[in-house]
Design a protein around this ligand. Structure first.
Ligand code: C5P
Length: 223
């Protein structure tokens, strides 16, 4: 491929989006948060009480969902049928259901199709769970991110707190991450797994700047 694709996969709350945004900003690439797409679909399913065991209801719902990204300052702002839902998709009701929704084959097929379209001709950084293994197997650079689960829960908890969400405890955040990691790695459709050619990045003990420098070093040869 002529355009450069950087694929970032890994466990929940490992800082994938922090790295992806920083890389995109530094390189002038487009950042795409694939998790936000699964979250927005989940929000639609919750709001419309879509029966997740009913294949035709799911297919019908997917036809009524239009997702768009509006990149302001490399933060990803996503709209669901024209409505800005970037904040709502981070809250617990969506976090608690997203792994179930993202395990549905019909949902994955549709999201992957849209993601591949977005990466067709532009230089992009995309983060998620199956970017290096399914969406862009031919990505020039793949990272697989991980970090100590306790640290991840603390980071996510602080982020929720900063956004003024006080309804959730650290334990609940920890449980949700553990649940999503388990569901994401054991599901049948495109489970979370390291692509053979992905570079492992454990950021338990390194700073954001160190992580960015490490990643830039790997991407630079392809520019
Ligand atoms: O990246 P984030 O944690 O926001 O993703 C939310 C959920 O969406 C994940 O726990 C996973 O179930 C699903 N997901 C996925 N494939 C992707 C990105 C996210 O299955 N490429």
């Amino acid at each position: 491929r002529k355009n450069v694709v950087v694929a970032i996969d890994g466990y929940s709350s490992c800082g994938k989006s922090t790295l992806a945004k920083a890389l995109a900003k530094k390189l002038g690439f487009i950042y795409i948060d694939s998790g936000a797409m699964y979250r927005a679909v989940t929000l639609y399913f919750i709001r419309n009480q879509v029966d997740m065991t009913d294949q035709s209801a799911i297919a019908d719902a997917l036809q009524h969902i239009e997702l768009n990204f509006h990149s302001r300052d490399y933060q990803s702002h996503i709209t669901l049928n024209g409505e800005e839902v970037s904040d709502e998709i981070r809250l617990m009701p969506v976090s608690e259901n997203v792994s179930e929704v993202s395990a549905i084959k019909l949902v994955r097929v549709e999201m992957v199709k849209q993601q591949q379209r977005m990466g067709k001709s532009k230089n992009i950084v995309m983060d998620g769970r199956d970017i290096g293994t399914a969406v862009f197997e031919d990505a020039q650079v793949k990272f697989f991110m991980t970090a100590d689960p306790k640290i991840r829960a603390e980071r996510r908890f602080k982020e929720l707190e900063r956004k003024g969400n006080n309804q959730v405890t650290l334990e609940e955040v920890f449980e949700n991450l553990a649940h999503r990691d388990y569901a994401d790695t054991t599901r049948k459709e495109s489970p979370l797994i390291r692509a053979e050619d992905a570079i492992i990045l454990d950021n338990t003990d390194i700073t954001e700047q160190e992580q960015l420098d490490f990643a830039l070093d790997k991407v630079t040869p392809f520019l």
